[in-house]
Design a protein around this ligand. Sequence first.
Ligand SMILES: [Zn+2]
Length: 470
Amino acid sequence: MFSKLKKAVTLILAGAVLLTVPQVPAFAYTDAPTREVKSVKASAASGSSIAASGSAIAVTGGSIVRAHISAKQDNKSVRLTVSHTDGKTGNHITGYQIYKKTGSGKWQLYKENTKRGTFTVKDTKVKYKKSYSYRARAYYKDESGKTVSGKYSSSVHVKIGLTVSKAVISAKPVKADVKLTISHKKAGKISGYAVYKKNKSGKWVRRATLKKTGKTSYTDTNTTSRRKNTYRVRTYYKADGKTYYGAYTKSVSVKVAVSPVTKKITDKKSAVYGKTLVLYQYADGSMVEDPTKYVDEDSFQKYVMYVNKAKQYVTAYGVRDGKLYPLRAFICSPGYATPVGTHHILAQMRWHELMGPCWGQWCSKVASNGIYFHSIFSSQHNSNNTMSVRGYNNLGTTCSHGCIRLQAGSAKWIYDHCKVGTTVEITNSTGYEPFSKPVIEKLPSWHTWDPTDPTAQKYCKAHKCHKYAK
Ligand SMILES: [Zn+2]
C-alpha cells in the first residue's frame, strides 16, 4: 500500500495545469497531508513561474482510511456510530459520508459531515417494522472542491422495533379494590400498557390504557366480591399512527371478598366493652367502612347509636340476636352540655327550629332538655342553602350548645333508620371503636349548603363542585 500510494500522488496547480510528481516522499503517508501539500506547493512555486495560489493536492481512494459503522435501533430511531478502522488518526480526511438504503431500495447519501474522529448520528427518519441499511466512507476534499473517497465500510442492517417489551404484573387486594403493579421487561421500548379484566362470562374486556412507560400501578375500584377478579396486561407501542402490542402477561386473580368476623370487646375503656360485635372485613384485614351493602338491614331488630363526645363522632350499630353490627360512623359536633348517659329518641322532625333562631333538618330528639341529632343549621326557615358554612367546617370539634350536629346525610340516615325509642348511648369513651373518626372536606364560604344533603344536590350540580354521595 505504501509504494502504491507514492506513485499515485498527484499535484494539481491552479489553471488546470497538471503536474505529476512521482516521488514526493514527505507526502507519502502522513496524517497531515495539508501541511505537506503546502511544502510541495512552495517548492513548485519557487522552481517555476507558475502561480501557485489555489494549489491543492488530490489523494487517491487507496490512501483514505476506511470507515467503520455500527447501528443500534430503539424502536423509534437508529443510532449510528461512525469511526475508521486503520489505526491511523484520520487527520488527513475531510469527513465522512453516510449512505442509507430503505429495504431493498437504492443507496442514497444520507449525511455528510466534516468530523474526523468517532461520532454518532441519530436517524429519526425511520418507520416501525421497516428495514434499513447504512454504510459510510471517509473522503478528502481539496481546495478546488474535488473529492476523493475512501472505500465503503461494510454495511449494517437494522429492522426497527422488532421487540415490544412484555409487561409484568402483580396484584393484591386493598380493601375492596385491587391494586395492580405493572412494569415491563427491559428489552424494547413501549408507549404504555393496556389492562384487561375478565368479565362475568369469562371474556376479556379492556379496562384501562396507561400512558406510562416505567413502573406504574392501576387500581380497580369496580371489583366484585362474588368471584375472583382476574387481570392481564400487555404493553403497546405506537409508531406511524399504528399500535403494536407486546405479549399478554399470564393472568392474575385476586379475591376481595368481605367476610364477617365476630369479636368480643375486651377493652374496658370502650363504650361497647363486653359486647359481641360482628365486623365486616376485607381480604386484606381492614374494616369495611360502610358494610350496609353486605348486611341485610331488614334483619336488624333495632339500631343503637353510640355518641363519642370525646372523639366527636357517632357510630351506628344494627342489633341482631344480641350482637352489634357496626354500620356507619358519622362525624359530629357535640357540646359541653351534651348529656352523657343512656337516652332514647323521643321524637323526629323533618325541619325544626333550634336556638338562634335557626333551623335544622332531619332532627331526632335525644333528651327532653332540647338535645337533638340534626343537620348543620340554616339561618332561614326550611332553607337548605342558607346553611352555616362555619358550622359545617367545625364538624369534628366540640362547639354546639348541647345538640349533636351532623352532616345532613348522617342526620337523614338516623332519621330514616332509627325509630322513636331507639337507644342513644352518649359517652366520653377513650377506648376501642370499630371505625376510625371520619374526615370531611372543608367547604368554601360560598358553599352555603351541605354537599351530603340530597335536597341540595342541584346546587352542587350547578357549581360542578360535589358529586352527591349517599
Ligand atoms: Zn358542592
